[in-house]
Ligand binder design. Structure first.
Ligand code: FES
Length: 53
């Protein structure tokens, strides 16, 4: 999703809350939208790091 010229990744967690992050991993900038949701967190496609929701 793009808003105000920023890319965001959006998903819904297991209790139905919408979670929004900048689509950029804090580690090396990979697009989190290419990762996957695991245990209510989004896993970066670059490694095993997870962003808490
Ligand atoms: S870019 Fe390295 S863990 Fe995401």
């Amino acid at each position: 999703m793009t808003m105000l010229n920023q890319e965001f990744v959006v998903y819904r967690n297991s209790v139905g809350n919408v979670v929004v992050f900048l689509d950029q991993c804090l580690h090396r900038g990979a697009a989190l939208s290419l990762g996957r949701v695991e245990n209510n967190c989004i896993r970066c496609p670059c490694s095993r790091n997870q962003q808490p929701s």
